[in-house]
Design a protein around this ligand. Structure first.
Ligand SMILES: Nc1ncnc2c1ncn2[C@@H]1O[C@H](COP(=O)(O)OP(=O)(O)OP(=O)(O)O)[C@@H](O)[C@H]1O
Length: 367
């Protein structure tokens, strides 16, 4: 899976962009503020329907233009075209996949598996469980085909149960119906997550071992409710306290990945660089696992790779990326830093972003 063409218009400070990336490594250099991250952001919006920099996509639309239009072409038999448009005056994204309008976001995500590694990546360890759940569910979604449906039904049942909990008087029949739905689909979500996790874990351990051997590091899946009980029992037992709190305290909506080093939370004991390597191992392992189980390659967006990594660890990171033979877009302020990292057989294309006379960032291919 790789992008053979990108066309962006109206994205942040970038001049209209027409890029023909290589199937391998694409290095994008440029001065601070030139627009390198914006390019990655555009690919992210194309594949995920949202930015990694802002919750409000209107901020990514170039000042004083009316819309942002992003287009990408994915190589394959048949080739897949993806288009995303966001008008300043309109909240919704217009999506197109293979020329069809009215596609769902999940179809976009399915068509173009993406992983992002950026300077904020360590937040996966220290941030809220929601980020780790998103990481977990990305993996399950791409490999277990019933997952999306099960997760949607679970989410809907949680929403309805929470609404009932907040009502003064609960109708027992209505509550029982939503609890039954939640217990049924929540157990399915848990089973799929658990199966995925059990298969993913050795791939993560193998990846971490290459990047940064940390024998005491343990990754665990926590399903979000008492291990000894069924979800149906938990919902029934907790009904009174859930009502006092006004929400469902336990269930698959509270699942997490716990990362510990010698029984302590990894975030408390690892250096910033080590945290970044652990997160990189998690993200590289996602791609390796997807490749092994679904024979699909994911596209990596790597913003500012050298930050906080020493040369030896940068080399190991690049070696893993090369072995996966996936497409990657890597930004750096230093054109010389990433050049010596690759074997001669790897396809490497160099680009830089320079300011044009209008002060916009223009992408130029080097060599
Ligand atoms: N909506 C917008 N319209 C026009 N310009 C914008 C908009 N939003 C941000 N910018 C500008 O676009 C540039 C975006 O820079 P970007 O973060 O992509 O650069 P970068 O090359 O990754 O920089 P760094 O190396 O510092 O991380 C900044 O100069 C910023 O001021």
């Amino acid at each position: 899976m790789s992008l053979s063409q990108l066309n962006f218009q109206g994205l942040r400070n970038l001049a209209p962009l027409d890029m023909h990336p290589s199937r391998g490594i694409n290095i994008i250099t440029g001065l601070n503020g030139s627009g390198k991250t914006s390019l990655l952001e555009g690919i992210h919006v194309l594949g995920m329907g949202r930015s990694f920099r802002t919750r409000q996509l209107k901020h990514a639309i170039q000042s004083d233009v009316a819309h942002m239009t992003l287009y990408g072409r994915l190589e394959g038999e048949p080739e897949i075209s993806i288009g995303v448009r966001r008008l300043r005056a309109q909240r919704e994204l217009e999506l197109r996949l293979r020329g069809d309008k009215g596609v769902r976001l999940a179809e976009l995500v399915e068509a173009m598996p993406l992983q992002l590694i950026n300077p904020d990546a360590f937040r996966l360890l220290e941030g809220s469980p929601a980020g780790r759940r998103e990481f977990l569910d990305w993996g399950v979604f791409h490999v277990k085909h019933h997952f999306l449906e099960a997760w949607k039904r679970t989410r809907r049942a949680v929403k309805h149960r929470n609404a009932l909990l907040r009502r003064g008087r609960i109708d027992p029949q209505e509550m029982a119906a939503w609890e039954q739905e939640l217990a049924l689909w929540g157990e399915v979500v848990d089973r799929l997550r658990f199966e995925w996790f059990s298969e993913f874990l050795p791939v993560f351990e193998e990846t971490l071992n290459v990047l940064l051997p940390l024998p005491g590091l343990k990754l665990n899946y926590a399903r979000g409710w008492d291990k000894q009980k069924t979800l149906a029992d938990v919902l029934q037992d907790n009904r009174v306290t859930d009502q006092q709190m006004g929400f469902t305290q336990q269930g698959p909506q509270r699942a997490d990945l716990r990362i510990r080093l010698n029984k302590q939370p990894a975030v408390e004991v690892l250096s910033r660089g080590q945290q970044k390597l652990v997160v990189s191992a998690l993200k590289l392992a996602q791609g390796r696992f997807l490749e092994r189980t679904a024979q699909r390659h994911c596209i990596y967006l790597i913003d500012d790779l050298p930050a906080e990594l020493d040369v030896q660890h940068q080399q190991r990171f690049c070696q893993l990326l090369e072995e996966m033979q996936c497409q990657a877009f890597i930004t750096s302020v230093d054109p010389a830093a990433l050049q010596p990292m690759w074997q001669s057989k790897t396809l490497v294309s160099m680009f830089h972003v320079k300011h044009d006379p209008q002060g916009l960032g223009q992408l130029v291919q080097d060599g």
